[in-house]
Design a protein around this ligand. Structure first.
Ligand code: ADP
Length: 444
């Protein structure tokens, strides 16, 4: 981050320096050129006002040779006859000078009375500025001077610009360093107090990011807590039947069992072993359902048909408890994992029988409502108190613990149902009245 800020700051500074330098140089060079031109014109006018050339002309063109040396400085003065012949030049021997009629400033002066032009000098970094003025005797007086061109000005400024760039870059690194520290400090503080929901992020832009991390953090904590609770519950649930089996085994080992109760004890051992088995089975099922990466075999099926298969299987169990088990409804196509759907219906039927009353009934009804296939499992059993309705889907939650255990319940059936419902993006709802019965509805 620090490096990025440094690089960006340096880039911005560099671009700013370069564009400002070029801009300022252009503006000042224009002003400077204007000044040079104005000075040239002024010099030409002054020279004309001295009437030196007019007088020399009146005395015959040859007398121009006798003109005293007019300027020692940077100013070159050239006097040109109407035919372009150079009559006088304060800088060069006129015998070596060619006809000047082709010079643009001279042509312009003959045409309009005055003319000017700029040409690059033989020396690379200089420009020559010319100004020519037509005299009333038909000759032209031209003054010229050399001045630096823009490249030369820039090259001269280069060392200073380079020093400025180095200093600014150093400044950028320093500012970058402090800026990063300043930016990072609130973030570091926030990272330390991530658990504290009252801690508001220092930067508004970070709010979604912080919210996301916080919710993930909370989810991780909740998942860890639920895993811990689950492990504690599992250990507790396993302990009871194991202790019972171990106790009975000890009695047999020490020959403390009378012949008459031997069968009863064997039955108890088998009962506890069955409980252990169903517990382990349900735990395995739940852990399989927890693994989202396990591939599901989704296929088209008829909900009514699958329900019927399950109902047929539980007919003997229902009959044993004098419970009437009926199925009704219409065909309803769903795309689902057959074994999971069977598992779900099995659990609901088991509960419907387990928590029913003597001579009670259990109705399974399949229908389609607003285009959604639905299964309702309705019993005339003991019902669930309203305040516990939303807890029955929790793992190991039982309303009536002893009844659940006696009838072979594990406390995991509805947790498995809820899981399967979620896998199929379906919904489960429960209606129940104590002593009258419950209705569990699955909506696909
Ligand atoms: P269990 O193996 O104990 O039946 P479940 O997860 O299937 O576990 O159900 C949780 C609890 O919800 C049960 O212990 C029972 O108290 C209550 N329950 C479930 N289904 C019914 C029902 N049809 N009628 C009355 N109570 C029910």
């Amino acid at each position: 981050m620090k490096q990025k800020i440094n690089i960006r700051l340096s880039m911005i500074a560099l671009i700013a320096i370069v564009t400002t330098t070029i801009g300022i140089t252009l503006v000042y060079y224009n002003l400077f050129q204007g000044q040079v031109r104005r000075d040239l014109k002024q010099n030409a006018v002054l020279l004309v006002e001295t009437e030196i050339f007019q007088n020399a002309y009146a005395n015959g063109k040859e007398s121009a040779e006798n003109l005293e040396h007019l300027s020692e400085g940077n100013l070159r003065i050239t006097w040109i006859d109407a035919d372009g012949t150079v009559l006088y030049d304060n800088d060069t021997d006129i015998s070596g000078l060619s006809n000047h009629l082709n010079r643009p400033e001279i042509q312009m002066a003959f045409e309009k009375g005055e003319g000017e032009s700029t040409r690059r000098s033989d020396t690379m970094n200089m420009n020559t500025f010319y100004y020519a003025l037509l005299l009333n005797n038909g000759t032209v007086l031209r003054v010229s001077t050399q001045a630096r061109n823009i490249i030369s000005v820039l090259v001269t400024a280069l060392p200073v610009i380079a020093i400025i760039i180095v200093l600014v870059l150093l400044g950028c690194v320093l500012i970058g360093h402090f800026l990063t520290r300043q930016l990072m400090r609130p973030m570091e503080e926030m990272a330390e107090h991530l658990d504290d929901n009252n801690q508001i992020p220092a930067y508004k832009e970070l709010e979604p990011f912080v919210d996301k991390i916080r919710s993930q953090h909370e989810n991780i904590l909740a998942a860890a807590k639920s895993r811990q609770d689950f492990t504690a519950n599992v250990s507790h649930e396993l302990k009871t039947p194991i202790t019972a089996i171990s106790g009975y085994a000890e009695l047999i080992e020490n020959h403390l069992i009378d012949k008459e109760v031997e069968t009863h004890i064997a039955g108890q051992i088998r009962h506890n072993a069955d409980r252990l088995l169903s517990l382990v089975n349900d735990i395995i099922k739940l852990s399989e359902l927890d693994h989202k990466e396990i591939p599901r075999k989704f296929e088209q099926m008829d909900l009514l048909e699958v329900t019927r298969e399950c109902v047929n299987e539980y007919m003997p169990m229902a009959a044993q408890r004098n419970i009437t088990l009926t199925i009704s409804g219409i065909s309803a196509g769903i795309i689902a994992d057959r074994s999971l759907i069977r598992e779900m219906i099995d659990n609901l039927i088991q509960n419907g029988i387990r928590y029913n009353k003597e001579n009670g009934s259990l109705f399974l009804h399949v229908t389609i409502e607003d285009g959604h296939p639905m299964l309702s499992v309705k019993d005339t059993g003991i019902g669930i108190p309203a305040n516990q309705l939303d807890r029955v889907f929790e793992r190991f939650y039982r309303v009536d613990k002893s009844r659940s255990r006696e009838t072979g319940g594990t406390g995991l059936g509805l947790a498995i149902v809820k899981h399967i419902v979620e896998i199929h993006s379906a919904e489960v709802s429960i209606e129940s009245v104590v002593d009258q019965g419950s209705n569990i509805i699955i909506r696909f």
